[in-house]
Design a protein around this ligand. Structure first.
Ligand SMILES: O=C(O)CCC(=O)C(=O)O
Length: 267
């Protein structure tokens, strides 16, 4: 993670890295999603709660199977994302070496008219979702790597947040979290296909309804925690039938001592 990336993640609570996947990798991932369209189902609407601004005609689409367990070669694009050197590099810095997969990967598929998700996160003490700066480095709890497989352009909707709110001391009004009042602080995050959006779950964040009629939103979210900690219930074992060393390390249950360090890259 270079100085600019560290500065922006510490400042904003999120970071967009563009062009991390090649065009071929994006195409392969989209092909795998389309091949498994029958494993996607729309959740019941409800994430918008009672916000008129966030309401939509349908709930978002989600995978009903962990894509890391798809038959080869369909799992390959997701396995590449899982242990991508850029992800390892960023989380070694933010979560500390020995970080682990907490839950996911999950798909968020949004089509025109898919509802949003009320802003949430941060705003109260939660020892599993935090941001601190101590001993010369930032340290975070549960964080997300959200891979974008289609373009997200200004005005499209999708992921939105209040930049810097992972360090905020006051709560915004509930109307702000429902997008019913505009205090000028909610930011829709723009990111191209092939990019990865890292964000801290302590950031106030959520989802805006999806506007485009020519493009679905397709994001694959991996959620990672520091190695000693679990937000979700830890899996008993890695579900991949032929896991690599790195995959096995990332699937280890939470524990503190002697966790294996993975090496990222400074690309
Ligand atoms: O990517 C999004 O639209 C929001 C995801 C979210 O709210 C979460 O992962 O907690």
């Amino acid at each position: 993670m270079n100085d600019k990336e560290k500065f922006l993640f510490d400042l904003n609570g999120y970071l967009v890295l563009e062009n991390v996947l090649t065009t071929d990798e994006v195409t392969a991932a989209n092909g795998a999603i389309e091949h498994h369209a029958d494993r996607i189902s729309n959740r019941e609407p409800g994430l918008a709660e009672d916000s008129a601004r966030l309401k939509g005609a349908q709930g978002r689409g989600e995978f009903q199977q962990n894509p890391l367990t798809f038959e080869p070669p369909w799992c390959d694009p997701f396995r590449r994302m899982f242990t991508h050197p850029r992800v390892i590099d960023v989380f070694n810095e933010i979560l500390g070496t020995g970080f682990r997969l907490d839950h996911g990967p999950g798909l968020i598929r949004m089509q025109h008219g898919t509802e949003g998700h009320r802003l949430h996160g941060g705003m109260s003490f939660d020892p599993s979702q935090y941001h601190t700066f101590q001993h010369g480095r930032m340290q975070a709890g549960l964080c997300v790597a959200a891979w974008q497989l289609t373009d997200v352009r200004p005005g499209d909707g999708g992921f939105a947040c209040i930049p810097g709110s992972h360090k905020a001391n006051y709560r915004p009004a509930i109307e702000v979290l429902r997008l019913e009042q505009d205090w000028g602080c909610v930011h829709q995050v723009v990111a191209g296909a092939g990019s990865v959006v890292f964000f801290n779950e302590a950031l106030v964040h959520g989802t805006l309804p999806w506007q485009p009629t020519d493009r679905e939103r397709r994001s694959i979210l991996f959620k990672f925690s520091p190695g000693f900690m679990a937000w979700g219930s830890a899996p008993q074992q890695c579900p991949i039938t032929d896991p690599t060393h790195e995959e096995q390390v990332l699937y280890a249950p939470p524990h503190r001592p002697g966790r294996t360090e993975l090496t990222g890259s400074q690309q």
